[in-house]
Structure formats: structure tokens, C-alpha cells
Design a protein around this ligand. Sequence first.
Ligand code: SF4
Length: 287
Amino acid sequence: MKCSKCSEKAVFLVPKFCKKHFIDYFEKKVFETIKKFSLVNPKEKIVVACSGGKDSTAVLYLLKKFHKKVVALAIDEGIFGYRNKTLIDLKKFCSKNNIELRIYSFEKEFGKTLDEMLKQKQHPCSVCGIFRRYLMNKYARGFGKIATGHNMDDESQAVLMNLMKGNVDLLWHSVPMTKKVGNFVQRIKPLYFCSEKEVAAYALLKGFEVSFNECLYIKDSFRNQVRDALNNYELENSGTKLNILKKHLLMLEKIKFETSFFQYCSVCDEPAKEDICKACQLIKSFK
Ligand code: SF4
């Protein structure tokens, strides 16, 4: 099968492109998202939340190419057999591309790895999410924004999950750039309109040395159920994920942005919805 733009062999089917034209198409789409939603300001330094996986590595590479001023920030949750391996890939990538990498770990910050915390019967993804967001926000302070590798699949899943759970406030998080609220560092998602398949193809074609394995804890998660259902639906109804995001953005334009009330944690001074933030409540429960 031939590329729709030249006589080379197609390496990607929808759209039908050869290696060169697929890379051009993908990079153009990401750079257009950055420009259309004004994701970066020329003066600021961006911190990229990295895991060593394909999505965040692609964002790191493309933001370095587009904006130059980037630093990689990784959180080592302490998931044996998974995160230790992806961090090796990330260290190699950053050293090869001359990018500063900062790594913070659950063990050093909270006294236990995620694996050890789970021996206390906590749900892996909720514990992981609370502590990871906490550290990201804490260590990204002082930078212009945090860029994440969330792609179209992740974001359409998040919209459905929040609707299903009635988390209306969280719908405002599933956007290319979050609003500025208190001392939360704004998040940007340059891969918002790129499907998971497109990101995987880009990472492979660019020869990024990244692992395509997933964290073993994802199997138990609500996200995994929504992901499977949405993937099945997309198979029969192509374009569903993109439609969810387009309609979601249109809907947000028509409603007023209201932040739920938040204050600062009386223990650590980070943003909190209650007197003590979720991270400090969890740390207390481990004692
Ligand atoms: Fe953390 Fe869950 Fe993601 Fe694993 S799947 S890295 S436990 S949020």
C-alpha cells in the first residue's frame, strides 16, 4: 500500500502515510495544538512530567524541538519491575538529548514505596495518583507550566470516567491547558488530539528506546474498564474518541468556570479541599 502523498510504502494506515509523511503529519498536529491553545509562552521554562514511556518521551522530545526551554521531572513511585525499568530508558534519553532530569521518589518523600504502601490495603491507582500529583505540583513550582503526555485516548477516558462518577469539577482538567487556580501549576497536554496509536507509531518511527509495557496495577483500575469499553466502541464507530473531546470542549465553552473551594493544607501548605490535604491524610494513615 502506497503513501497518499508520495510513492513510498505506507507505514500507517489511517491516514495513509509513509514514515516521512507520518512524522511530518504528527509533528504538525502537535505544534498546531501548542499554537492554537497558546500552551507555551516564549519566556517560560516548561517542566515535562516524564515516566520513560512513549507518550511523555514524545512530549519531551517535541517540546524540546519547539520550545527548547524544558526540564524533565520524573516521580519514582517504587513499582518494582516497572518504574525502575522505565527510568533507565528515561535517563538514557535525557542524557542523549542533553535534557536536565530531576527524579523524586515516594520512598524518599513519604518513607515508603508504592509497593510497600499497598501492603496496607490501599487501592494502587488512587494512592499513586494522590502522591504523584502532590509531588509534581510541589516540584514544578517556579516553572511556567507542567506538560504531560496525556493523549486523546487518556483524555476521552477521563471525560467519561468523570461523567460516570459525577465528578463535574474534574471535567475542567480534561482540556489542552488547565486554568490558573491558586498555586496549582498549570498543566498543558500537547498530545490532546493525538490517538494512542499515533503516539506509539511516532515513538517507534523515531526510534525512541522506550518500553511499551504497562504498570501491572492498571488491571485493577476503573480506567481500564472504561478504556476497554471505549476501544471496543471506537472499533465499530471510528472517530468516537475525537468527538467526545470536541463536544466536551464545546460544552465547557458554554458553562462558567467555577473552582470548588480550596484552602492550603495546615500540615504541608499545599492546596487542599479540607484542612489537611489528601497526601498528608494518607501519610498519617501509614503511621
Ligand atoms: Fe500509578 Fe495506577 Fe498508573 Fe500504575 S497504573 S502508575 S499505580 S496510576
